[in-house]
Design a protein around this ligand. Structure first.
Ligand SMILES: [Zn+2]
Length: 469
Protein backbone atom coordinates (compact mmCIF):
# COMPACT_ATOMS: atom_id res chain seq x y z
CA UNK A 1 0.00 0.00 0.00
CA UNK A 2 1.32 3.40 -0.86
CA UNK A 3 -0.36 5.06 2.07
CA UNK A 4 2.55 5.32 4.42
CA UNK A 5 4.85 8.32 4.09
CA UNK A 6 8.22 6.70 3.51
CA UNK A 7 10.23 9.02 5.74
CA UNK A 8 8.09 8.55 8.75
CA UNK A 9 8.31 4.93 9.62
CA UNK A 10 12.09 5.00 9.87
CA UNK A 11 12.29 7.39 12.81
CA UNK A 12 11.05 5.20 15.61
CA UNK A 13 11.72 1.79 14.15
CA UNK A 14 14.10 -0.42 16.02
CA UNK A 15 16.98 -2.06 14.14
CA UNK A 16 16.39 -5.40 12.45
CA UNK A 17 18.31 -7.33 15.11
CA UNK A 18 16.14 -5.88 17.83
CA UNK A 19 13.06 -6.49 15.74
CA UNK A 20 13.93 -10.19 15.45
CA UNK A 21 14.50 -10.29 19.17
CA UNK A 22 11.11 -8.73 19.76
CA UNK A 23 9.43 -11.27 17.54
CA UNK A 24 10.98 -14.20 19.37
CA UNK A 25 10.17 -12.71 22.76
CA UNK A 26 6.58 -12.16 21.66
CA UNK A 27 6.24 -15.71 20.42
CA UNK A 28 7.78 -17.11 23.59
CA UNK A 29 5.37 -15.06 25.66
CA UNK A 30 2.34 -16.34 23.74
CA UNK A 31 3.52 -19.95 24.07
CA UNK A 32 4.10 -19.48 27.81
CA UNK A 33 0.63 -17.97 28.25
CA UNK A 34 -1.02 -20.87 26.47
CA UNK A 35 1.00 -23.43 28.44
CA UNK A 36 -0.09 -21.77 31.64
CA UNK A 37 -3.71 -21.82 30.52
CA UNK A 38 -3.85 -25.42 29.37
CA UNK A 39 -1.69 -26.82 32.15
CA UNK A 40 0.27 -30.04 32.19
CA UNK A 41 -2.58 -32.63 32.27
CA UNK A 42 -4.15 -34.57 29.40
CA UNK A 43 -5.99 -32.41 26.86
CA UNK A 44 -9.08 -34.62 26.55
CA UNK A 45 -10.51 -33.66 29.91
CA UNK A 46 -10.34 -29.93 29.26
CA UNK A 47 -13.09 -27.42 28.58
CA UNK A 48 -12.18 -26.48 25.01
CA UNK A 49 -14.41 -23.44 24.83
CA UNK A 50 -13.17 -22.01 28.11
CA UNK A 51 -9.59 -22.44 26.89
CA UNK A 52 -10.09 -20.95 23.46
CA UNK A 53 -11.96 -17.99 24.91
CA UNK A 54 -9.35 -17.34 27.58
CA UNK A 55 -6.49 -17.89 25.14
CA UNK A 56 -8.00 -15.42 22.71
CA UNK A 57 -8.39 -12.85 25.45
CA UNK A 58 -4.80 -13.23 26.59
CA UNK A 59 -3.31 -13.36 23.10
CA UNK A 60 -5.19 -10.21 22.15
CA UNK A 61 -4.14 -8.40 25.32
CA UNK A 62 -0.54 -9.31 24.60
CA UNK A 63 -0.83 -8.17 21.01
CA UNK A 64 -2.52 -4.93 22.10
CA UNK A 65 0.40 -4.22 24.41
CA UNK A 66 2.89 -4.90 21.61
CA UNK A 67 1.05 -2.65 19.16
CA UNK A 68 0.72 0.16 21.71
CA UNK A 69 4.43 -0.08 22.52
CA UNK A 70 5.34 0.02 18.86
CA UNK A 71 3.10 3.00 18.10
CA UNK A 72 4.09 4.90 21.22
CA UNK A 73 7.81 4.45 20.58
CA UNK A 74 7.40 6.22 17.24
CA UNK A 75 7.53 9.97 17.78
CA UNK A 76 7.80 10.91 14.12
CA UNK A 77 4.40 12.56 14.36
CA UNK A 78 6.21 15.38 16.15
CA UNK A 79 6.83 17.62 13.18
CA UNK A 80 8.55 20.52 14.84
CA UNK A 81 7.28 23.26 17.15
CA UNK A 82 4.43 24.26 14.83
CA UNK A 83 2.38 22.73 12.01
CA UNK A 84 -0.18 24.41 9.83
CA UNK A 85 -3.73 24.30 11.18
CA UNK A 86 -6.66 23.86 8.80
CA UNK A 87 -7.40 27.57 9.28
CA UNK A 88 -4.02 28.34 7.75
CA UNK A 89 -2.41 29.65 10.93
CA UNK A 90 0.32 27.79 12.82
CA UNK A 91 -0.70 25.36 15.55
CA UNK A 92 1.75 24.98 18.41
CA UNK A 93 3.12 21.66 19.68
CA UNK A 94 1.70 21.02 23.16
CA UNK A 95 3.19 17.68 24.16
CA UNK A 96 2.01 14.13 23.67
CA UNK A 97 -1.55 13.24 24.59
CA UNK A 98 -2.91 9.83 25.42
CA UNK A 99 -6.23 8.54 24.12
CA UNK A 100 -7.74 5.10 24.50
CA UNK A 101 -9.07 3.49 21.34
CA UNK A 102 -11.28 0.45 21.09
CA UNK A 103 -9.49 -1.86 18.65
CA UNK A 104 -9.96 -5.41 17.41
CA UNK A 105 -7.28 -6.32 19.97
CA UNK A 106 -9.12 -4.62 22.81
CA UNK A 107 -8.31 -1.23 24.30
CA UNK A 108 -5.18 0.53 23.05
CA UNK A 109 -3.89 3.64 24.75
CA UNK A 110 -1.93 5.66 22.23
CA UNK A 111 0.15 8.76 22.90
CA UNK A 112 0.19 11.14 19.99
CA UNK A 113 1.79 14.51 19.30
CA UNK A 114 -0.79 17.19 20.01
CA UNK A 115 -0.91 20.58 18.33
CA UNK A 116 -3.02 23.47 19.52
CA UNK A 117 -4.25 26.35 17.41
CA UNK A 118 -4.95 29.51 19.40
CA UNK A 119 -7.06 31.08 16.70
CA UNK A 120 -9.37 28.03 16.53
CA UNK A 121 -9.12 27.38 20.28
CA UNK A 122 -8.85 23.75 19.35
CA UNK A 123 -6.21 21.10 18.96
CA UNK A 124 -5.54 18.05 16.84
CA UNK A 125 -3.23 15.08 16.49
CA UNK A 126 -1.70 14.62 13.03
CA UNK A 127 -1.35 10.89 13.70
CA UNK A 128 -5.10 10.45 14.17
CA UNK A 129 -5.56 11.76 10.65
CA UNK A 130 -2.80 9.50 9.34
CA UNK A 131 -4.34 6.46 10.99
CA UNK A 132 -7.89 7.37 9.97
CA UNK A 133 -9.24 7.62 13.53
CA UNK A 134 -9.81 11.35 13.75
CA UNK A 135 -12.74 12.24 15.94
CA UNK A 136 -13.39 8.61 16.80
CA UNK A 137 -12.43 6.31 19.62
CA UNK A 138 -12.84 3.24 17.43
CA UNK A 139 -9.97 1.76 15.43
CA UNK A 140 -10.41 1.25 11.66
CA UNK A 141 -11.05 -2.51 12.00
CA UNK A 142 -13.71 -1.93 14.68
CA UNK A 143 -15.28 0.89 12.66
CA UNK A 144 -15.53 -1.48 9.73
CA UNK A 145 -17.12 -4.23 11.83
CA UNK A 146 -19.63 -1.72 13.21
CA UNK A 147 -20.40 -0.68 9.64
CA UNK A 148 -21.14 -4.32 8.81
CA UNK A 149 -23.40 -5.05 11.77
CA UNK A 150 -25.10 -1.64 11.69
CA UNK A 151 -26.23 -2.29 8.13
CA UNK A 152 -27.63 -5.73 8.92
CA UNK A 153 -29.28 -5.60 12.35
CA UNK A 154 -30.57 -3.15 14.95
CA UNK A 155 -28.00 -1.13 16.88
CA UNK A 156 -28.72 -3.10 20.06
CA UNK A 157 -28.25 -6.42 18.25
CA UNK A 158 -25.16 -5.01 16.58
CA UNK A 159 -23.64 -4.18 19.94
CA UNK A 160 -24.37 -7.72 21.16
CA UNK A 161 -22.80 -9.24 18.05
CA UNK A 162 -19.65 -7.14 18.43
CA UNK A 163 -19.22 -8.44 21.96
CA UNK A 164 -20.17 -12.02 21.13
CA UNK A 165 -18.19 -12.48 17.92
CA UNK A 166 -15.29 -10.09 18.23
CA UNK A 167 -15.11 -9.68 22.03
CA UNK A 168 -15.17 -5.92 21.45
CA UNK A 169 -17.48 -3.84 23.65
CA UNK A 170 -19.22 -1.09 21.65
CA UNK A 171 -22.42 0.21 23.22
CA UNK A 172 -25.57 0.49 21.07
CA UNK A 173 -25.40 4.30 20.98
CA UNK A 174 -21.87 4.13 19.64
CA UNK A 175 -22.86 1.50 17.07
CA UNK A 176 -25.60 3.90 15.96
CA UNK A 177 -23.33 6.97 15.79
CA UNK A 178 -20.55 5.12 14.00
CA UNK A 179 -22.77 3.26 11.51
CA UNK A 180 -24.66 6.45 10.68
CA UNK A 181 -21.47 8.48 10.27
CA UNK A 182 -20.15 5.82 7.92
CA UNK A 183 -23.47 5.76 6.05
CA UNK A 184 -23.28 9.52 5.56
CA UNK A 185 -19.76 9.15 4.17
CA UNK A 186 -21.02 6.46 1.80
CA UNK A 187 -23.98 8.60 0.71
CA UNK A 188 -21.64 11.50 -0.09
CA UNK A 189 -19.25 9.15 -1.90
CA UNK A 190 -22.16 7.75 -3.94
CA UNK A 191 -23.24 11.24 -5.05
CA UNK A 192 -19.68 12.26 -5.90
CA UNK A 193 -18.33 9.22 -7.67
CA UNK A 194 -19.75 7.41 -10.68
CA UNK A 195 -17.40 4.92 -12.32
CA UNK A 196 -19.31 3.71 -15.37
CA UNK A 197 -19.07 0.02 -16.19
CA UNK A 198 -20.02 -1.60 -19.47
CA UNK A 199 -23.43 -3.31 -19.37
CA UNK A 200 -23.16 -6.83 -17.93
CA UNK A 201 -25.66 -8.22 -20.47
CA UNK A 202 -27.37 -7.20 -23.74
CA UNK A 203 -30.61 -6.55 -21.84
CA UNK A 204 -30.46 -4.52 -18.66
CA UNK A 205 -33.32 -3.95 -16.23
CA UNK A 206 -33.93 -0.98 -13.99
CA UNK A 207 -36.68 -1.05 -11.39
CA UNK A 208 -38.09 1.69 -9.22
CA UNK A 209 -40.35 1.53 -6.20
CA UNK A 210 -41.29 3.38 -3.05
CA UNK A 211 -41.85 2.14 0.47
CA UNK A 212 -42.82 3.92 3.71
CA UNK A 213 -40.40 3.94 6.63
CA UNK A 214 -41.69 4.76 10.15
CA UNK A 215 -40.51 8.16 11.34
CA UNK A 216 -40.26 10.04 14.60
CA UNK A 217 -43.08 12.55 15.00
CA UNK A 218 -40.63 15.46 14.77
CA UNK A 219 -39.67 14.38 11.25
CA UNK A 220 -43.21 14.41 9.93
CA UNK A 221 -44.34 17.98 10.53
CA UNK A 222 -45.94 19.33 7.38
CA UNK A 223 -46.02 15.98 5.59
CA UNK A 224 -49.39 14.71 4.51
CA UNK A 225 -50.01 11.01 4.97
CA UNK A 226 -52.48 8.19 4.95
CA UNK A 227 -53.68 8.45 8.54
CA UNK A 228 -57.42 9.16 8.97
CA UNK A 229 -56.69 12.75 10.04
CA UNK A 230 -54.41 13.29 7.03
CA UNK A 231 -51.20 13.10 9.04
CA UNK A 232 -48.31 10.77 8.25
CA UNK A 233 -46.42 8.14 10.20
CA UNK A 234 -43.93 7.34 7.52
CA UNK A 235 -41.78 8.97 4.85
CA UNK A 236 -41.34 7.34 1.49
CA UNK A 237 -38.00 5.82 0.61
CA UNK A 238 -37.52 5.58 -3.14
CA UNK A 239 -35.47 2.73 -4.43
CA UNK A 240 -33.73 2.17 -7.74
CA UNK A 241 -32.41 -1.27 -8.57
CA UNK A 242 -30.55 -2.59 -11.61
CA UNK A 243 -30.17 -6.24 -12.62
CA UNK A 244 -29.79 -8.66 -15.47
CA UNK A 245 -31.92 -11.71 -16.31
CA UNK A 246 -30.10 -13.78 -18.92
CA UNK A 247 -30.76 -17.04 -17.06
CA UNK A 248 -33.91 -19.09 -17.76
CA UNK A 249 -35.92 -21.32 -15.46
CA UNK A 250 -37.28 -24.78 -16.36
CA UNK A 251 -40.12 -23.20 -18.33
CA UNK A 252 -37.79 -20.89 -20.23
CA UNK A 253 -38.87 -17.81 -18.30
CA UNK A 254 -36.11 -15.23 -17.70
CA UNK A 255 -34.94 -15.15 -14.10
CA UNK A 256 -32.80 -12.59 -12.34
CA UNK A 257 -29.11 -13.49 -12.48
CA UNK A 258 -27.76 -14.18 -8.99
CA UNK A 259 -25.41 -11.46 -7.82
CA UNK A 260 -26.43 -9.05 -10.57
CA UNK A 261 -28.60 -6.80 -8.42
CA UNK A 262 -27.51 -3.40 -7.19
CA UNK A 263 -29.50 -0.94 -5.10
CA UNK A 264 -29.57 2.79 -4.49
CA UNK A 265 -32.20 4.46 -2.33
CA UNK A 266 -33.02 7.49 -0.17
CA UNK A 267 -35.88 9.55 1.18
CA UNK A 268 -35.98 11.85 -1.83
CA UNK A 269 -38.42 13.61 -4.05
CA UNK A 270 -39.05 12.29 -7.55
CA UNK A 271 -41.34 15.16 -8.48
CA UNK A 272 -40.14 17.53 -11.12
CA UNK A 273 -42.01 20.46 -12.52
CA UNK A 274 -41.57 21.98 -15.94
CA UNK A 275 -40.05 25.04 -14.30
CA UNK A 276 -37.33 23.08 -12.50
CA UNK A 277 -33.80 23.58 -13.81
CA UNK A 278 -32.44 20.23 -12.66
CA UNK A 279 -34.04 16.79 -12.44
CA UNK A 280 -35.35 15.76 -9.01
CA UNK A 281 -32.94 14.33 -6.45
CA UNK A 282 -34.23 10.82 -7.07
CA UNK A 283 -34.06 11.21 -10.86
CA UNK A 284 -30.39 12.11 -10.44
CA UNK A 285 -29.88 9.07 -8.23
CA UNK A 286 -31.47 6.78 -10.82
CA UNK A 287 -29.30 8.37 -13.50
CA UNK A 288 -26.11 7.77 -11.47
CA UNK A 289 -27.05 4.15 -10.83
CA UNK A 290 -27.88 3.65 -14.52
CA UNK A 291 -24.50 5.01 -15.60
CA UNK A 292 -22.66 3.02 -12.93
CA UNK A 293 -24.18 -0.21 -14.23
CA UNK A 294 -24.01 0.62 -17.92
CA UNK A 295 -27.81 0.53 -18.12
CA UNK A 296 -27.70 3.59 -20.39
CA UNK A 297 -25.30 1.76 -22.75
CA UNK A 298 -27.23 -1.51 -22.99
CA UNK A 299 -28.53 -2.78 -26.34
CA UNK A 300 -31.96 -3.23 -24.80
CA UNK A 301 -33.24 -1.49 -21.71
CA UNK A 302 -36.36 -2.21 -19.69
CA UNK A 303 -37.77 -0.14 -16.83
CA UNK A 304 -39.98 -2.01 -14.38
CA UNK A 305 -42.18 -0.50 -11.72
CA UNK A 306 -45.61 -0.61 -10.17
CA UNK A 307 -48.24 1.76 -11.54
CA UNK A 308 -47.09 4.89 -9.66
CA UNK A 309 -47.14 7.84 -12.09
CA UNK A 310 -43.82 9.30 -10.79
CA UNK A 311 -42.02 6.17 -11.98
CA UNK A 312 -43.18 6.53 -15.56
CA UNK A 313 -42.65 10.30 -15.62
CA UNK A 314 -39.09 9.69 -14.48
CA UNK A 315 -38.60 6.88 -16.99
CA UNK A 316 -39.85 9.12 -19.83
CA UNK A 317 -37.47 11.89 -18.83
CA UNK A 318 -34.34 9.97 -17.84
CA UNK A 319 -34.55 6.83 -19.96
CA UNK A 320 -36.39 7.66 -23.16
CA UNK A 321 -36.58 4.67 -25.48
CA UNK A 322 -36.46 2.11 -22.66
CA UNK A 323 -39.27 -0.47 -22.67
CA UNK A 324 -41.69 0.27 -19.83
CA UNK A 325 -43.21 -2.69 -17.98
CA UNK A 326 -45.60 -2.71 -15.04
CA UNK A 327 -44.19 -5.43 -12.83
CA UNK A 328 -46.62 -8.33 -13.27
CA UNK A 329 -46.23 -9.17 -9.60
CA UNK A 330 -47.54 -5.72 -8.67
CA UNK A 331 -50.37 -5.86 -11.19
CA UNK A 332 -51.57 -9.23 -9.88
CA UNK A 333 -51.33 -8.04 -6.30
CA UNK A 334 -53.42 -5.02 -7.23
CA UNK A 335 -56.14 -7.27 -8.67
CA UNK A 336 -56.06 -9.54 -5.61
CA UNK A 337 -56.61 -6.47 -3.42
CA UNK A 338 -59.60 -5.52 -5.56
CA UNK A 339 -61.03 -9.05 -5.14
CA UNK A 340 -60.78 -8.65 -1.36
CA UNK A 341 -62.42 -5.22 -1.52
CA UNK A 342 -65.32 -6.57 -3.59
CA UNK A 343 -65.95 -9.91 -1.85
CA UNK A 344 -64.44 -9.23 1.60
CA UNK A 345 -61.10 -10.54 2.88
CA UNK A 346 -62.44 -14.06 3.54
CA UNK A 347 -65.04 -14.13 0.78
CA UNK A 348 -65.16 -17.42 -1.15
CA UNK A 349 -65.77 -15.64 -4.46
CA UNK A 350 -62.68 -13.46 -4.14
CA UNK A 351 -59.90 -15.96 -5.00
CA UNK A 352 -61.52 -17.37 -8.17
CA UNK A 353 -62.28 -13.82 -9.35
CA UNK A 354 -58.64 -12.80 -8.79
CA UNK A 355 -57.36 -16.02 -10.41
CA UNK A 356 -59.35 -15.34 -13.54
CA UNK A 357 -58.02 -11.75 -13.76
CA UNK A 358 -54.45 -13.02 -13.27
CA UNK A 359 -54.92 -15.52 -16.11
CA UNK A 360 -56.31 -12.78 -18.33
CA UNK A 361 -53.26 -10.63 -17.58
CA UNK A 362 -50.93 -13.52 -18.44
CA UNK A 363 -52.80 -14.09 -21.70
CA UNK A 364 -52.88 -10.41 -22.63
CA UNK A 365 -56.66 -10.14 -22.44
CA UNK A 366 -56.68 -6.65 -21.02
CA UNK A 367 -60.15 -5.95 -22.43
CA UNK A 368 -61.53 -8.78 -20.29
CA UNK A 369 -59.76 -7.37 -17.21
CA UNK A 370 -61.11 -3.91 -17.88
CA UNK A 371 -64.63 -5.27 -18.43
CA UNK A 372 -64.56 -7.20 -15.15
CA UNK A 373 -63.41 -4.11 -13.29
CA UNK A 374 -66.02 -1.88 -14.93
CA UNK A 375 -68.79 -4.08 -13.52
CA UNK A 376 -67.70 -3.14 -9.98
CA UNK A 377 -66.24 0.32 -10.55
CA UNK A 378 -69.32 2.26 -9.62
CA UNK A 379 -69.94 0.50 -6.32
CA UNK A 380 -66.37 -0.18 -5.31
CA UNK A 381 -63.64 2.39 -4.92
CA UNK A 382 -60.76 -0.10 -5.21
CA UNK A 383 -62.21 -1.47 -8.44
CA UNK A 384 -62.54 2.04 -9.85
CA UNK A 385 -58.93 2.89 -8.96
CA UNK A 386 -57.73 -0.35 -10.51
CA UNK A 387 -59.74 0.38 -13.65
CA UNK A 388 -57.89 3.70 -13.96
CA UNK A 389 -54.60 1.94 -13.29
CA UNK A 390 -55.06 -0.71 -15.98
CA UNK A 391 -56.46 1.83 -18.45
CA UNK A 392 -53.48 4.15 -17.91
CA UNK A 393 -50.88 1.37 -18.12
CA UNK A 394 -52.19 -0.81 -20.97
CA UNK A 395 -49.09 -0.38 -23.09
CA UNK A 396 -46.93 -1.38 -20.13
CA UNK A 397 -48.95 -4.56 -19.55
CA UNK A 398 -48.50 -6.36 -22.88
CA UNK A 399 -47.13 -9.40 -21.08
CA UNK A 400 -47.37 -12.05 -23.85
CA UNK A 401 -45.58 -9.67 -26.22
CA UNK A 402 -42.84 -8.89 -23.67
CA UNK A 403 -42.40 -12.59 -22.92
CA UNK A 404 -42.12 -13.41 -26.61
CA UNK A 405 -39.23 -10.92 -26.73
CA UNK A 406 -37.52 -12.80 -23.90
CA UNK A 407 -38.09 -10.00 -21.40
CA UNK A 408 -38.40 -10.47 -17.66
CA UNK A 409 -41.81 -9.13 -16.64
CA UNK A 410 -42.38 -10.37 -13.12
CA UNK A 411 -39.16 -10.87 -11.37
CA UNK A 412 -40.39 -9.62 -8.07
CA UNK A 413 -36.91 -8.07 -7.92
CA UNK A 414 -38.29 -4.61 -7.34
CA UNK A 415 -40.69 -5.81 -4.69
CA UNK A 416 -38.02 -7.98 -3.07
CA UNK A 417 -35.58 -5.08 -3.34
CA UNK A 418 -37.78 -2.94 -1.14
CA UNK A 419 -38.00 -5.74 1.41
CA UNK A 420 -34.33 -6.70 1.29
CA UNK A 421 -32.78 -3.26 1.09
CA UNK A 422 -35.23 -1.33 3.26
CA UNK A 423 -37.91 -3.36 5.04
CA UNK A 424 -35.88 -6.00 6.83
CA UNK A 425 -33.62 -3.41 8.42
CA UNK A 426 -35.69 -0.23 8.76
CA UNK A 427 -39.27 -1.39 9.20
CA UNK A 428 -38.98 -3.57 12.26
CA UNK A 429 -41.26 -3.36 15.29
CA UNK A 430 -40.74 -0.26 17.37
CA UNK A 431 -38.28 1.42 15.02
CA UNK A 432 -38.69 5.16 14.51
CA UNK A 433 -36.20 6.99 12.35
CA UNK A 434 -34.98 10.46 11.63
CA UNK A 435 -34.61 11.24 7.92
CA UNK A 436 -30.88 11.68 8.35
CA UNK A 437 -30.47 8.42 10.30
CA UNK A 438 -32.62 6.42 7.89
CA UNK A 439 -30.81 7.79 4.84
CA UNK A 440 -27.44 6.96 6.38
CA UNK A 441 -28.35 3.35 7.18
CA UNK A 442 -30.03 2.93 3.78
CA UNK A 443 -26.85 4.15 2.06
CA UNK A 444 -24.72 1.81 4.17
CA UNK A 445 -27.00 -1.12 3.45
CA UNK A 446 -27.37 -0.50 -0.29
CA UNK A 447 -23.58 -0.18 -0.57
CA UNK A 448 -23.07 -3.57 1.09
CA UNK A 449 -25.90 -5.37 -0.70
CA UNK A 450 -24.56 -4.09 -4.02
CA UNK A 451 -21.09 -5.48 -3.25
CA UNK A 452 -19.50 -2.02 -3.11
CA UNK A 453 -18.36 -1.85 0.49
CA UNK A 454 -14.82 -3.10 -0.16
CA UNK A 455 -14.22 -0.49 -2.85
CA UNK A 456 -15.59 2.23 -0.62
CA UNK A 457 -13.37 1.10 2.23
CA UNK A 458 -10.26 1.16 0.05
CA UNK A 459 -11.05 4.69 -1.10
CA UNK A 460 -11.63 5.73 2.51
CA UNK A 461 -8.34 4.26 3.71
CA UNK A 462 -6.47 5.79 0.79
CA UNK A 463 -8.01 9.20 1.53
CA UNK A 464 -6.96 8.98 5.19
CA UNK A 465 -3.39 8.16 4.14
CA UNK A 466 -3.34 10.95 1.54
CA UNK A 467 -4.72 13.44 4.06
CA UNK A 468 -1.84 12.67 6.37
CA UNK A 469 0.88 13.48 3.86
ZN1 LIG B 1 -6.71 26.99 13.45
Amino acid sequence: MGRRPTGRARGGRAGSGQKGGFKEAFQAEVVAEIEALVGPGAVDGLDFEAIETAARRRALALAARAVAQRFNADHSDHRGPTVSCRCGRPARYAGRRAKTFQSALGELTLERAYYHCEACEAGFCPRDRALGVQGSSLSPAVTRMVGRVGAMVSFVEGSTLMQELAAVPVDPKQVERTAEALGREIAADERRLVEPEPPAAPTMYLGMDGTGVPMRASELAGHAGKQPDGSAKTREVKLCTVWTAEGRDDEGIPVRDPGSVSYSAAIESAASRDTDQAPSAFAQRADREARRRGFDQAERRAVLGDGAPWIWNLADEQFPGAIQIVDLFHAKQHLSDVAKAIYGPGGALGPPWAKQRHDELDEGQLDAVLQALRVHAEANDEARKCLDYVTRNQLRMRYPEFRAQGLCVSSGVVEAGCKVAIGTRLKRAGMRWTVSGADAIIALRCCQLSGRFEDFWERRSAAAGAGAR
